[in-house]
Ligand binder design. Structure first.
Ligand SMILES: *Cc1c(COP(=O)(O)O)cnc(C)c1O
Length: 377
């Protein structure tokens, strides 16, 4: 059996262990320390736009804290892109709030601005303005931020950007994660950079950042003994993990280059194939890190389905995966409201993510090309 080609696997740059060693040498083996501060500073400089970053245990915990800082509580409604990973929506339920799911649009596969506005109007008409909007930059593709920001402003609703998959992506030159009232990042094992597990909350001001750190470290009042006036969480990032992050930041832009080259490879591979579209930027305003490259297959034109292609790849020990199953179709969210015209449903039925790691080798691409060429001949 040939070696497995993964969808997206960790890709170390070589500098990570130096920072981890430093943590051991100085005995900063704790959920705070110079690596945590250093990684936060690296991220603040990278994301820009005066962002203030708090490093946390995961992207999911970052979203949870964003909702708490946004004042989301029991009984509130939160609008969330339906086409996403469940981690975008789960923290809404942690807060006792109710998710309302919004469909995608065709250009970016992200939140459809008109379905979003329809949902808001509908909620307001029923006497209940939603508390927050969670927009996702899926697979690294920036969402239609001009429209979505305008809606968040018009209705004065807090905007949370789930940029877990989009570190390094930009829209009109501005980094994803820096548009909303809050942004979240993930450094899980298969993301564009990884710390083995971890995440970050991007805030607009130091006050929010400090509040997030306070909540993430068990909400200890500022007195010598342990005293608590609020419910806290254990969500802070460890100094060991942050060391890996600092090393990964040294290679982030290089790795984005590799991921973008993968997307180019797939675009060329499918260039003259009728019925297959590769997700790519619709205009030069968008710059995707192309965390994952994905295609939509029109079976009527190709004669094979996305499942046929997935199985053909699997047969050669090559991993691929259907697109995220929309949240409004998930058993756990089946009773939630949904606005849209089933764009996300069709994307899910016909879409496939292809191997996209920044460590994909020339030989790996040849093997992928061979399987795909056989299918489309
Ligand atoms: C990975 C991911 C998350 C969650 O991040 P974790 O660090 O795994 O908790 C949230 N949203 C999206 C879209 C993701 O892909």
């Amino acid at each position: 059996m040939l070696e497995k080609i993964w969808l997206s696997s960790p890709h170390m740059g070589g500098g990570e262990q130096k920072y981890v060693q430093e943590a051991f040498d100085t005995n900063w083996v704790a959920p705070l320390g110079p690596n945590v501060n250093g990684f936060e500073k690296d991220l603040e400089e990278y994301v820009g736009e005066n962002s203030k970053v708090a490093c946390l245990a995961s992207g999911t915990s970052a979203l949870h804290l964003a909702l708490i800082l946004a004042g989301v509580r029991n009984g509130d409604e939160v609008l969330c892109q339906s086409m996403t990973f469940s981690a975008s929506a789960n923290p809404i339920v942690y807060q006792g709030a109710t998710p309302v799911f919004i469909d995608s649009e065709q250009d970016t596969w992200n939140m459809c601005p008109s379905a979003l506005e329809e949902a808001i109007e509908d909620s307001i008409a029923k006497g209940k303005k939603p508390k927050a909007i969670i927009v996702v930059h899926l697979y690294g593709m920036p969402a239609k931020m001009d429209e979505i920001l305008a809606i968040s402003k018009k209705y004065d609703i807090i905007l949370i950007e789930d940029a877990a998959e989009a570190l390094g992506s930009t829209y009109k030159g501005q980094k994803c994660g820096a548009f909303g009232d809050f942004g979240i990042l993930s450094f899980n094992g298969n993301k564009i950079i990884t710390t083995s597990g971890g995440g970050a909350l991007v805030c607009n001001n130091e006050e929010d950042k400090q509040r997030a750190i306070f909540l993430a470290t068990q909400a200890r009042d500022n007195v010598p003994h342990y005293q608590h006036s609020h419910i806290g969480y254990n969500y802070r990032m460890s100094n060991i993990v942050a060391g890996i992050g600092r090393g990964q930041m040294e290679v982030l832009d290089k790795h984005i280059g590799f991921r973008r080259a993968n997307n180019q490879f797939y675009q060329e591979l499918f260039e003259n194939v009728e019925g297959i579209t590769v997700l790519t930027e619709s205009t030069s305003e968008y710059f995707s890190n192309h965390w994952l490259s994905a295609v939509i297959i029109d079976e009527n034109k190709t004669g094979f389905s996305r499942e046929d292609l997935r199985l053909a790849l699997e047969n050669e020990n090559i991993e691929s995966r259907p697109l995220w199953k929309p949240m409004h179709l998930q058993p756990v969210f089946k009773d939630c409201k949904y606005y849209g015209e089933n764009v996300s449903e069709k994307l899910f039925e016909n879409g496939l993510c292809l191997p996209s790691g920044s460590n994909l080798s020339h030989d790996d691409r040849s093997r992928i090309k061979e399987v795909i060429s056989k299918m489309i001949k």
